[in-house]
Design a binder for this molecule. Sequence first.
Ligand code: HEC
Length: 292
Amino acid sequence: MRNTLYIAILASMVLYVACSPAKGNRTGHEFMPDMVHPTAYEANLYDHYSFIQWGTEEEYKQYASPRQHVNGTVPRGQINAAYAGTEADATQAFDLFTGKEDGTFAYTPNGRVPYYYSDTEEERLRATREITSNPFPITAEGLVHGKEMYDIYCGICHGETGNGLGYLVREEDPAKNITAGVYPAAPANLLLDTFVVSTPGRFYHAIMYGKNVMGSYADKLSYRERWEVIHYIRSLQAKERKLEYSPSANTLNSEAKPWAVVEAQMPKEKPVQPAAPADAANGDDHGQQNNH
Ligand code: HEC
């Protein structure tokens, strides 16, 4: 008798679920909805779930919806790093993104860094005069990512090697079945002396606003990526001149430090000292050998 009851209940459950499968706009029935839907507030999930019991539907929506930033604030990404006055400040700012400090976690901030130069010839010259160093050290990862970004966004015009002969400006060569490129103006040859001796501000300004027929790439490259592209262009210039611009050495210019140099200046982690035996007589020596 008992078994029959269980079987009947089970059969009706199976029937219940089997008879209302999801279809078209119908979601079907769920056997154990609590297991399917977490009852916590889910960020950005607007369809209120009726089994959530602690609070009204309005409250649910209020907490699940994206929050506004604090009034009067603007997300400004790597601004601490960009405007650090001293090298120590810059190092500290970058450390915040690595998660090495207590209370920080590793992330790449993608807010914006303001650029206080406008799109005019005078301002281009001012940027060239005033922006004289790359805030990022030369790292292997930076060069790899810089190359990736350069090849996508710049190389098509400025050429893979920086010589200004990118794919879009290729010359016609019927023998090899190559049609002429369609780009109307000659992109700058970034390997020329004038660009090698120029400050990085000239490159940064070109990325922010473009120049004449070259458009802006400010919305394509993050703050860090712009500087990585400039690192990569510098490495192309160095290569052509048989100089070095790499994580281990920079014989091209003094605008950026190789990572090896930065690393050598970093404070070494102190080895943990075994606790010194307590000795009242040596209090001032912090337990070291008394050598008075
Ligand atoms: C669609 C083609 C094209 C692309 C893509 C392009 N450029 Fe240019 N670029 C040009 C042209 C053309 C000029 C020459 C502008 C002039 O002097 O009139 C130029 C000029 C420059 C200059 C020299 C500006 C100066 O001060 O004289 C720099 C630096 C530069 N580009 C960097 C870049 C970087 C970095 C990228 C990638 C983020 C890039 N360009 C992408 C076409 C391009």
